[in-house]
Design a protein around this ligand. Structure first.
Ligand code: ATP
Ligand code: MG
Length: 340
């Protein structure tokens, strides 16, 4: 819906296409549609905002997972896929520009939490969406079954160690949410954590969810922007992707028979996800429940969310004060005065 508006509502787009083409610029190769000018960029970003809204949850009370259809593509038909891909390329480009300022500003950090059932496309989404950003300013951590050392600590310990530094984006491919998802679905995993028995009551999950809310509030107050994504794939589409992995030798390595066992707990997982999202969605750490049956659409929405978050910060490169300007002038003179 929004993308039709984007194409039709922006007359300058076509003009730019010709302009870029006649220039033979490099951008032409990356962005076949041409580079929108600032005014157009503002308009596109405004539309992106509206696009993000339906999937963002900041208050959990009324949230129901069934209200978000994994097949939803925001009104875009498959014929608009190329357009959506082009917009994604824009998102990636703008994200890179903003990240550069974010890094230079060096005051905030950004934590992107990705959660999903198997084969929902976490890895591919992370790879695509972050493909433009400078690797120096970005760290990705994948969390698997905890090690013996990790099990010897409180459950947040291993995640806390991986939080992004100021100026950096940290990506959690799975996260502390596993502690109220897989550990909840399989109580024997909680047993392995060896908590004192009197502390494991029937309220244990409510308590953990409350602790996570407190943890995220703390991070926000320290200047960390927390954005959480649940890539919501349907059970039917998961089956299709598993069969695809089984049918293609180059995808066989991605398949684990444990994944099929976990599929048997689908209902339990969905209930745990719903409760986690309801309990932990907040203004300072919103959830984004992204329809993920169509990878191109999921990637587009994820990039839109991140671009929008950066834009809200109104980042600018740090100003150079008079003393620094003098320093720069001295350095310039020294360089100019060198013999060779
Ligand atoms: P892929 O897309 O490659 O399958 P993945 O994230 O599923 O990526 P795997 O190695 O297949 O990686 O699985 C990691 C497993 O570790 C998941 O089943 C996840 O539920 C589990 N896990 C993550 N955190 C915890 C935890 N705290 N306690 C127990 N199990 C966990
Ligand atoms: Mg897996």
């Amino acid at each position: 819906m929004f993308f039709i508006g984007l194409r039709i509502g922006l007359p300058g787009w076509e003009t730019n296409t010709r302009h870029a083409a006649s220039n033979g610029s490099m951008e032409q190769d990356i962005f076949p549609g041409g580079r929108p000018m600032d005014e157009e960029k503002r308009k596109i970003l405004k539309r992106i905002d509206r696009f993000v809204e339906p999937y963002r949850i900041t208050k959990g009370k009324k949230f129901r997972l069934k209200d978000i259809d994994p097949e939803d593509t925001g009104g875009l038909g498959s014929e608009q896929k190329p357009g959506a891909r082009e917009l994604l390329a824009w998102g990636i480009q703008w994200m890179a520009e903003e990240q550069d300022k974010f890094y230079a500003d060096d005051r905030r950090s950004m934590l992107l939490v990705f959660q999903a059932m198997d084969a929902a496309g976490k890895d591919g989404t992370i790879r695509h969406v972050m493909s433009g950003v400078n690797p120096q300013g970005c760290q990705v951590y994948s969390f698997k079954q905890p090690s013996m050392e990790e099990l010897d600590h409180d459950y947040l310990w291993r995640y806390q160690k991986c939080l992004p530094e100021r100026g950096r984006i940290g990506i959690f491919n799975r996260s502390y949410y596993e502690e109220v998802l897989v550990v909840r679905v399989h109580p024997e995993l909680l047993e392995r954590q060896r908590m004192p028995r009197d502390l494991v009551t029937r309220d244990v999950w409510k308590e953990r969810l409350g602790d996570i809310v407190g943890f995220e509030r703390y991070l926000a107050r320290q200047g960390t922007i927390v954005l959480k994504f649940f890539l919501h794939v349907s059970r039917k589409e998961q089956k299709r992707r598993f069969l695809e992995r089984l049918g293609m030798p180059e995808k066989n390595w991605k398949f684990s028979s444990a994944d099929v066992t976990e599929r048997g707990y689908w209902r339990e997982y969905m209930a745990a996800y719903e409760e986690a999202i309801r309990a932990t969605a907040s203004q300072e750490a919103p959830w984004h429940v992204i329809p993920a049956d169509n990878k191109w659409f999921a990637r587009l929405v994820v990039s839109a969310v991140i671009v929008e978050a950066f834009r809200k910060l109104e980042l600018a490169y740090p100003q150079v004060d008079d003393a620094k300007k003098k320093d720069l002038a001295v350095a310039r003179r020294a360089l100019m005065g060198e013999k060779e």
